[in-house]
Ligand binder design. Structure first.
Ligand SMILES: Nc1nc2c(c(=O)[nH]1)N[C@H]1C(S)=C(S)[C@@H](COP(=O)(O)OP(=O)(O)OC[C@H]3O[C@@H](n4cnc5c(N)ncnc54)[C@H](O)[C@@H]3O)O[C@H]1N2
Ligand code: MOO
Ligand code: MG
Length: 420
């Protein structure tokens, strides 16, 4: 009951869920399936990159020593002897004032040591002239200049982004060791709940938490199973939770964690013998969010109220899922922003305010999104971040500096503005 619940600080709550999280396991996936995963072993360069010294420009490869005397008044002439397109090479030994016609990406023949771009030459019948000396290695990409064989390119736990995919391909890695994704069960509870397709009835509402939580899990790249809605009935709910824990790595329930007569999750954690990490957090919304552990398995008891459910996920489920998946950066970034609307209510506890973020004239503006109460659903849709107002404060107004958690990094700016 509420009397037995001691609210803990949000920092303590986050720390307690995110310590001792075990990564699930490793698996090998095809390169094409690796994007969005976390690599499970260090990537050590098996060769130099570039693997051979090559031309960085389309032009002519020459011996730099032949260009020393070149000037505006004394153009030096070269004769083109061999063509070297990308994908080929030449063992021809250049004689003085001879040149290769060479393309970007082609191996630099041994006898040349610098490249003159087409734009730096004037064409002649059998070649070209230049008007300045070229130093060794101009317009050349040297073998190993990017990385050397044996260098550690990426460490285990790195996120596989499109550039990682390109790097893996460069080293010929078509099968990638990644951390396994946890399988998470989603179970919404409540006698009042109907499925999305059901006709509305008196006193009932549609279950919006299950699809929302599923989408949040997708956003962190985790697999899930959706279980059928459960009524607030102790025995059947207990049995269901037990079965789900056998089938999954973690369980997210929504609803039934407060102190109401039909809020059964606290009794279920007790019956399971689970360790309750906390059952009250000094925050709004989501103060009744409860997290328990049974062995390595997490039981996230998210609040039934949609906005509380959403915040509870972003604060606790998200970092744990990221850690289980092998991420070394489990938390949503928290940045500075300027409030673009008033929020005058008192904040006895730390307040999480869904907000729409915009980048305006170099400043990140955070506009509190719509109807911003615990039971709100539409404000979540209007938000792409969460403003964090410290507990024990009140009266925030437009222009105030606030912290914002970047929950949603999908999408972009309305325009492209950079200093050039
Ligand atoms: N005496 C007290 N009453 C309440 C307290 C309290 O401290 N003392 N805390 C309040 C707060 S704060 C919240 S938040 C809610 C949390 O309730 P539960 O987590 O137990 O959730 P339910 O009671 O099952 O439902 C609450 C609310 O959310 C709606 N709901 C539930 N599931 C869904 C769903 N899947 N999709 C959409 N909406 C859902 C449900 O119909 C209720 O309206 O408790 C307060 N009470
Ligand atoms: O748990 Mo509640 O969300 O503070 O309204
Ligand atoms: Mg309740």
């Amino acid at each position: 009951m509420s009397l037995g619940r001691t609210p803990i600080h949000i920092h303590d709550a986050v720390n307690s869920v995110t310590k001792n999280v075990n990564v699930i396991d490793k698996e090998t996936v095809q390169l094409s399936e690796s994007h969005g995963r976390f690599i499970a072993s260090d990537l050590v360069a098996t060769m130099d990159v570039p693997i051979f010294t090559k031309s960085a420009m389309d032009g002519f490869a020459i011996r730099s020593e032949d260009s020393i005397e070149a000037s505006r008044d004394n153009r030096v002439a070269f004769t083109v002897v061999v063509e070297v397109p990308a994908g080929s090479s030449s063992d021809y030994e250049l004689k003085p004032f001879e040149a290769f016609r060479i393309m970007t990406g082609a191996e630099i023949p041994e006898s040349a040591d610098t490249v003159v771009m087409f734009e730096q030459t004037k064409e002649t019948d059998d070649g070209f002239t230049i008007r300045r000396p070229f130093e060794k290695n101009e317009n050349i990409a040297i073998q190993g200049e990017e990385c050397k064989k044996g260098d550690v390119i990426l460490t285990a736990g790195s996120y596989v982004n499109p550039g990682t995919v390109a790097t893996l391909a460069t080293f010929g890695i078509s099968k990638v060791d990644v951390y396994k994704k946890p399988l998470v069960g989603i179970l919404s509870t409540g006698n009042e709940l109907l499925d999305v397709d059901d006709e509305l009835e008196r006193g009932k509402i549609r279950n919006s938490n299950t699809p929302m939580v599923a989408a949040q899990l997708e956003r962190v790249g985790v697999d899930y199973t959706i279980y059928k809605l459960e009524k607030d009935e102790l025995e059947s709910l207990y049995n269901k939770v037990k079965v789900i824990l056998e089938e999954t790595d973690a369980l997210i329930t929504t609803g039934g964690v407060s102190v109401g007569d039909y809020d059964l999750l606290p009794a279920i954690y007790e019956q399971l013998g689970a360790e309750v990490l906390f059952n009250k957090v000094a925050m709004r919304p989501g103060s009744v969010t409860t997290v328990a552990k049974l062995g390595n398995k997490y039981l996230f008891g998210l609040s039934g109220n949609p906005s509380a459910c959403y915040s509870g996920f972003e604060l606790f489920v998200r970092p744990v899922m990221n850690l289980m998946t092998g991420s070394q950066r489990p938390f949503a970034p928290i940045i500075d922003a300027t409030l673009a609307g008033d929020f005058t209510k008192p904040n006895p506890f730390t307040r999480f305010l869904r907000a729409e973020l915009n980048f305006v004239n170099g400043v990140i503006e955070a506009r509190p999104a719509g109807f911003n109460k615990s039971n709100a659903v539409t404000s979540i849709a209007e938000s792409n971040g969460v403003v964090i107002l410290p507990g024990g404060t009140r009266g925030f107004t437009t222009g105030d500096k606030v912290k914002v958690m970047l929950t949603d990094v999908v999408g972009g700016a309305v325009d492209f503005v950079v200093e050039t």
